[in-house]
Design a protein around this ligand. Structure first.
Ligand SMILES: [Zn+2]
Ligand SMILES: [Zn+2]
Length: 268
């Protein structure tokens, strides 16, 4: 069973190709399920499209949903197309996100923390000149937001839970007990984390999260899903078989995906 739960397309302003290009790539690669999960609009903003290179306009969401549902029907004999969204998480705007997400029939929603203390997690230079105590505080602020996102009840999957290492590989070495604490919260909330293979497109290389975090996730009984986080159609399903193999070696017996918010289990 092959699936990819995390994909983008040109609506967000920084991915290439139309939704259908991603579905066709998934069909060619023999996937059984593909989720379309573009970046959520900035629902809290007065502007229709706050950051045109980061996420779709608020006014685009309805056409996005309509297009995915149309393609789901068109391709139903070839592949299962799931409707999703990679939503930002801002604790101060939780209600407005919850209300907007509830308006559409998403199969599941990925909750991703992309902003910590109002700065993008990927911003090069955000770590410059920070002393050890500040580095620890930044990392812990990131994981506190991930814990809050898990508790919000809005999301079924948490996106790339160590993506802060993307352009700062040293992030992994910052010592703090907060990762275990976060995995415990994720497990008790019954949400999953994804193995996201797009780390290879950033300075850190490899996948999100690290194998060390996956080992701890197994220990705490956290469910694992998969997403390529494709921003080009060619990356659909990228490294899926390697991910399955690695998860098995670590000791996982299953992976999960979601249809109409219901957890589905795939045995490894
Ligand atoms: Zn993106
Ligand atoms: Zn993301």
């Amino acid at each position: 069973m092959l699936f990819d739960l995390h994909t983008h397309h040109d609506r967000c302003g920084h991915a290439v190709g139309k939704i259908e290009d991603y579905i066709q790539s998934a069909v060619e690669k023999g996937l059984h399920y593909i989720a379309i999960s573009d970046h959520s609009p900035f629902f809290f903003s007065d502007e229709d499209q706050l950051h045109p290179r980061i996420a779709m306009a608020k006014s685009e969401l309805a056409s996005y949903v309509g297009e995915v549902l149309t393609l789901k029907e068109k391709y139903k004999d070839k592949i299962h197309v799931l409707l999703s969204l990679e939503s930002d998480y801002f604790p101060e705007h939780e209600d407005i996100y919850r209300q907007n997400i509830a308006k559409h029939p998403f199969d599941f929603v990925i909750g991703s923390v992309h902003w910590v203390n109002d700065v993008s997690i990927f911003k090069k230079g955000r770590w410059d000149g920070l002393h050890e105590a500040d580095r620890i505080r930044n990392k812990e602020d990131y994981y506190k937001l991930i814990q809050a996102s898990a508790k919000s009840g809005i999301f079924q999957v948490l996106g790339h839970i160590d993506a802060m290492k993307g352009f700062y590989p040293e992030f992994t070495q910052i010592e703090t007990p907060i990762i275990d604490e976060t995995l415990k919260v994720i497990s008790s909330e019954g949400v999953s984390i994804e193995v996201n293979t797009s780390g290879k497109t950033k300075d850190c290389g490899g996948w999100y999260p690290s194998n060390e975090i996956l080992e701890r996730a197994l220990h705490f009984g956290v469910d694992i899903s998969f997403g390529s986080d494709s921003h080009v159609p060619d990356r659909i399903g990228d490294d899926y078989l390697d991910v399955q193999k690695t998860l098995k070696e670590i000791g996982f017996r299953e992976m999960v995906y979601y249809v109409e918010k219901k957890r589905q289990v795939v045995l490894l």
